[in-house]
Design a protein around this ligand. Structure first.
Ligand code: ZN
Length: 242
């Protein structure tokens, strides 16, 4: 079984389409939130994600901000400008879909949370200490997270003392042992200095995880962002991957 794990699409339909073409046949799609925010194509991305087979999808902080569920004062000024643009751009259909998304989903062996299992919308898992604490907050073998836009794994050894950070090599299958926290990276705005869209294929039968990277037409997205009047820094960062 091939599960497409996608996160932080950030209203970038060009990157999303490139990922879907690259991923080939999939049996299910698990989306870890931040479908919108930053990018120029919020409605297109939501419509495309809704068509994916056996979709499980959770809410991200940018989705919640666009829905006015959280205060935009917590974002920096440029992110706030993008949120205000997004609020004006999203259709009723998009709002209705995002409004119905849960903060976490527990599947057979996997918990889905945007930020962390402890604080699903907000917490960033950026270090081993925070990741180690997070293992107390989910009961499944694995927890899939997004939010940092960095493809990483935190593996918990049998002694359960400290999680171990692993940066996965793209296009290389990793055999998983319970338990682990896994981040597929970001489709629409990678931040590991590699501008290619990042996603993962999870095979629950074989217990494997593979992070994959795909080139897409960044310039086309930047042109649409310029036309939309979105912040210059968000336009520039796409080509540098940060
Ligand atoms: Zn994000």
């Amino acid at each position: 079984m091939r599960v497409l794990v996608l996160s932080d699409i950030h209203a970038n339909i060009t990157a999303l389409e490139a990922v879907l073409a690259h991923a080939d046949a999939i049996d299910a799609a698990w989306c870890l939130g931040d479908l919108i925010g930053y990018g120029p194509d919020p409605n297109e991305c939501v419509a495309r994600i809704r068509q994916l087979p056996k979709l499980s999808c959770i809410l991200g902080n940018h989705d919640a901000a666009a829905l006015q569920q959280i205060d935009d004062e917590t974002f920096n000024p440029e992110a706030r400008t993008a949120i205000h643009w997004t609020r004006r751009a999203i259709s009723e259909d998009t709002v209705a879909f995002l409004n119905a998304l849960p903060e976490t989903i527990e599947l057979d062996q996997v918990t889905l949370s945007h930020g962390s299992p402890r604080h699903p919308i907000w917490e960033y898992l950026l270090d081993v200490r925070t990741a180690t604490l997070s293992f107390e907050y989910f009961n499944t073998f694995y927890c899939f997270v997004g939010h940092t836009h960095l493809p990483v794994l935190y593996l918990m050894p049998d002694d359960g003392q400290y999680a171990r950070l692993v940066i996965p090599e793209p296009e290389k299958k990793i055999e998983l042992q319970p338990r682990a926290i896994l981040n597929p990276g970001s489709i629409g705005q990678p931040r590991d200095r590699d501008p290619r869209a990042s996603y993962a294929i999870y095979d629950p039968d074989a217990s494997t995880w593979e992070v994959r990277r795909v080139v897409y037409d960044i310039r086309a997205v930047q042109e649409r962002m310029t036309q939309a009047g979105l912040p210059a820094r968000h336009i520039q960062r796409l080509s540098a991957g940060w």
